[in-house]
Design a protein around this ligand. Structure first.
Ligand SMILES: [Zn+2]
Ligand SMILES: [Zn+2]
Length: 189
């Protein structure tokens, strides 16, 4: 396998992880509710960070990525019955660190580790400015938090709107989680 092909493979896997985690983020933002029966530990923090964008910065590496690691481990262990695929391993590793890149978009620039600063500067991962668009556009669009490259394409093809329209046809309406009283949820009232 040539070096070029390997690098291309890694880039594609990274973008695929960006897309996959972006889809999850879209569903949480659009259809998620506080205190949901399923995935509460993942959904609540994502919704809370819309109200308090610094919420994610106060969470540890394992708090923001732990759930995804568990999910990834299950998928990876199951896949071993079919053989070892480094591509799947790397893809799941990228997915599991998506929220780390997201966190780096929220912390103060001087708090981003050196490796993160370099990757942000080279736009090999998402920049703070790019992610800010998600927070300033009422959390509509820019659901992919790992790179700057997929969001503009998905916006042009109206990808997210098409999913919403399709699900509306099936009777599934978007939920505005912000209409709930998140502060009461946080306080456990
Ligand atoms: Zn954010
Ligand atoms: Zn969001």
């Amino acid at each position: 396998m040539s070096v070029f092909y390997t690098v291309l493979n890694i880039v594609v896997l990274f973008l695929l992880a960006d897309f996959t985690t972006g889809i999850y983020h879209f569903f949480v933002d659009t259809y998620g509710v506080f205190n949901s029966k399923f995935l509460k530990k993942s959904v609540d923090p994502l919704l809370l960070h819309h109200i308090d964008p610094l919420f994610i910065t106060r969470q540890s590496y394992w708090q923001i990525n732990g759930g995804m690691y568990v999910f990834s481990c299950v998928i990876f262990c199951a896949s071993l019955f079919l053989g070892f695929y480094w591509e799947l391993f790397l893809f799941l590793l990228f997915c599991s660190n998506g929220n780390l890149i997201h966190k780096w978009s929220h912390v103060e620039p001087e708090e981003v580790p050196e490796i993160g600063k370099v990757l942000q500067k080279l736009t090999l991962i998402q920049t703070k400015e790019h992610h800010a668009q998600h927070h300033t556009n009422s959390f509509m669009g820019n659901y992919c938090v790992m790179s700057n490259y997929l969001n503009p394409i998905l916006r042009v093809v109206r990808f997210w709107e098409l999913i919403i329209k399709f699900l509306k046809l099936l009777g599934v309406e978007p939920v505005n989680a912000m209409k709930q009283k998140p502060q009461e949820v946080i306080n456990g009232k």
